[in-house]
Write a protein that binds this ligand. Structure first.
Ligand code: ACO
Length: 321
């Protein structure tokens, strides 16, 4: 049986850091409120001319270098983003061209903050079925471009960045399982409204995140608790088998609630939300790369990834390094 293994990771964060003190000068908020409610101390913001594909290319090159693979080895590019450079071509195609990869399938996945889990699950299925041997899986976002910088309920939360992994076919696991879910009934609780379905003029109007934060918070905590149980049951694993939780980095309180449910110490949770904020589809591969590179996540260890986001979408991945 063919499995998909993590062969390398990479990430990129823009140079500019926006601190809570900076936000205090922009909206009615305080460093204390932001830290207490979210755990966020700072977030990286893309430069004026920096795009999702710019960041994705750097993260992807770094993952390919770590995996010791070249452009000719990659036979699938899956890129998760909510903030593509263009409506089309897909950002995956733009990245593919800049990495000098030609001919293989390349496409975007839009599942908001769960995007990386969806992308990883999709690439895993390509590899398991034999349709791909070496996949580049990327999460990249410029959330700063869809933020209303006068809305204190959302502008304090998000940041920009990119993360990537290379998945390779192997006869040993690898990824044990991935789980993807959605329920589109909750559109109004978390969305960005411009509509290309209605009228072209609407595209330019109010292109910002609208969120009913406390409702999203409650749904996230309940749903992530369920996905943790589903993932462990599916692979017949105990909570104690998990070495590392690499969660979507939305809010320290949501992450702590999931860690509690898993009965895992916060020492075994990779937490980057403090420095990165919520980078949507980029947050899991960014956090993953940080903990792989600083030596916390080691070969042979078991990692659980989970995410919840707009859609609503949610999902998880259980894997062995
Ligand atoms: N600074 C100071 N006060 C604030 C701020 C702020 N930045 N933002 C809101 N407040 C105020 C509110 O106006 C409210 O005041 P009131 O009681 O006078 O009306 C009070 O603080 C409490 O507001 P709540 O929204 O109830 O605060 P809550 O504790 O829920 O925290 C937060 C808000 C941090 C947004 C939280 O709800 C949250 O993290 N939600 C989930 C976000 C998330 O996970 N999103 C998912 C993915 S995003 C994606 O998919 C793209």
């Amino acid at each position: 049986m063919t499995h998909a293994c993590i062969a390398g990771t990479g990430s990129y964060l823009p140079e500019k850091i926006l601190t809570n003190a900076d936000l205090e000068r922009m909206v009615q908020t305080s460093d204390q409120w932001i830290q207490e409610r979210t755990g966020i101390r700072g977030r990286h913001i893309a430069g004026d001319n920096e795009t999702t594909s710019d960041m994705a290319v750097i993260a992807a090159r770094s993952a390919m270098q770590a995996a010791k693979v070249g452009s000719n080895d990659i036979d699938l590019v899956v890129l998760a983003t909510t903030t593509p450079d263009k409506i089309f071509p897909s950002t995956a195609c733009l990245v593919q061209a800049r990495l000098d990869i030609h001919g293989c399938a390349a496409f975007d996945i839009q599942a908001a903050c769960s995007g990386f889990i969806y992308a990883l699950g999709t690439a895993n299925n390509f590899i398991r079925s034999g349709a791909a041997q070496c996949a580049l899986v990327i999460g990249a976002e410029v959330m700063s471009r869809i933020i209303d910088w006068t809305d204190r309920g959302t502008c304090i939360l998000f940041g920009d960045g990119a993360g990537a992994v290379v998945l390779k076919a192997s006869d040993k696991p690898g990824i044990y399982s991935t789980h993807m879910h959605a329920d589109g009934a909750y559109e109004e609780l978390l969305h960005v409204s411009p509509s290309i379905a209605r009228h072209s003029e609407a595209l330019g109007r109010d292109p910002f995140i609208k969120m009913q934060g406390s409702e999203v918070f409650k749904m996230a905590v309940q749903t992530l608790g369920r996905i943790v149980d589903e993932t462990l049951e599916h692979s017949n694993r105990a909570k104690s088998d998990i070495d590392w939780l690499v969660p979507h980095q939305a809010n320290t309180r949501i992450i702590s609630a999931t860690a509690k449910k898993l009965e895992i110490s916060m020492d075994n949770v990779v937490l980057t939300v403090g420095e990165h904020g919520n980078t949507s589809a980029a947050s899991i591969p960014l956090a993953f790369d940080v903990a792989v590179r600083d030596g916390r996540i080691k070969e042979g260890q078991i990692v659980l990834m989970e995410a919840f986001g707009g859609g609503f979408t949610w999902g998880s991945a259980l894997l062995k390094m």
